[in-house]
Design a protein around this ligand. Structure first.
Ligand code: 5GP
Length: 326
């Protein structure tokens, strides 16, 4: 989809005003890696560019080149162009953004559309793959090892380090090219997998006690209460990836993590699908979104039991609609 990239390249190469690249809140490697890659590239092009996030850069992403330059949103100024990456709209930034032109670069289904400059491909394995295609078409020789490392991190993590169903020949081709451009697969892997804290390990041990099967073993979930974080000394970003524990159980088709966030008065939900149940629809019914295999939402509820009932209700609805036998 070459034509989708050209208007955006035209816009950015002409732009002389300020540009904001915004990641979504509670950033993961795809949103922050994509944002940083675009930011580093635009800086090389002499643009007045900022990279922003509502939340601080979590420890597991602090090695990404440019991470120390991420500014906290909101910022008081009005930007000429603001680009939200790996999010279904600016509402996912979690902080207000003022800009004359809004752009979305993303691979999520549905969401908001801002016009001719959007670059959205719901078949893409990661937003990093879209940013890579954009930069490659614009000026491949400017993709240096730092930019390649940011993109590789997004691509690797969104494919579960090349294991999920979105891993295909094109993904391996891109990984090969990014490695040739200077990404270091072993370094990226160790940065993500071998820098855990003792507090996180203690959190995992607490959380695994909550692991429960529902719907005849087709659904599995964990609950992460705020007090687990306080008692173990873990931080909210340490909850990233814990949904993979229920997902790993044999026979499970839908896995979830229900995470209490008292500061926002909500329960954050992460959903994962193994055999094709569309978890984006489960999240959408609860006001969230995502893709078929990974989605999320926030549930407003007075208690964890109430949040769990709302979530299980939406999961059951989807299992019935998809005629999954339980
Ligand atoms: P995670 O479970 O890793 O937080 O998110 C999985 C996927 O669902 C990501 O692609 C993320 O962008 C999307 N997602 C997570 N939470 C929300 C939410 O509250 N709203 C929407 N629209 N998407 C979400």
């Amino acid at each position: 989809m070459l034509e989708e990239r050209v208007p955006l390249i035209d816009l950015l190469s002409r732009e002389e005003g300020s540009i904001l690249i915004a990641s979504h809140e509670n950033p993961d490697a795809d949103t922050l890696g994509s944002a940083l890659a675009l930011y580093l590239f635009l800086k090389k092009k002499g643009k007045r560019v900022y990279v922003g996030c509502k939340d601080p850069v979590p420890h597991f992403l602090d090695f990404l080149p440019g991470a120390s330059e991420v500014v906290r949103l909101p910022l008081p100024q009005v930007f000429s162009v603001a680009i939200v990456v790996d999010a279904s709209g600016f509402y996912r930034v979690g902080a207000p953004v003022d800009a004359y032109t809004r752009v979305r670069i993303d691979h999520h289904i549905g969401g908001e559309f801002y016009g001719e400059y959007d670059y959205i491909d719901t078949e893409a394995p990661a937003t990093a793959s879209l940013v890579y295609k954009l930069l490659k078409l614009w000026d491949e020789k400017e993709i240096d090892p730092q930019i390649a490392e940011c993109l590789y991190a997004g691509l690797a993590t969104d494919t579960g380090f090349f294991r999920y169903s979105n891993t295909n020949a094109e993904v391996f081709q891109m990984a090969k090219e990014l490695t040739q451009l200077g990404a270091d697969p072993y370094r990226t892997y160790t940065m993500f997998s071998e820098r855990e804290s003792l507090a996180k390990m203690k959190l995992i041990s607490r959380v695994l006690d909550t692991l429960t099967l529902y719907e005849d073993g087709k659904v599995a979930g964990i609950v992460i209460l705020d007090r687990f974080l306080r008692e173990t000394g873990a931080q909210y970003p340490d909850t990233e990836g814990l949904v993979n524990f229920p997902r790993s159980i044999e026979g499970v088709e839908v896995a979830f993590a229900l995470i209490e966030k008292p500061d926002e008065g909500v329960f954050k939900v992460s959903l994962r699908s193994k055999n094709g149940v569309n978890v984006a629809r489960i999240a959408e019914r609860l006001g969230g979104g995502g893709h078929r295999y990974a989605s999320g939402c926030k549930i407003r509820a007075g208690s964890v039991e109430e949040a769990l009932q709302k979530l299980l209700h939406s999961i059951r609805q989807e299992l019935v609609e998809e005629k999954v036998k339980v």
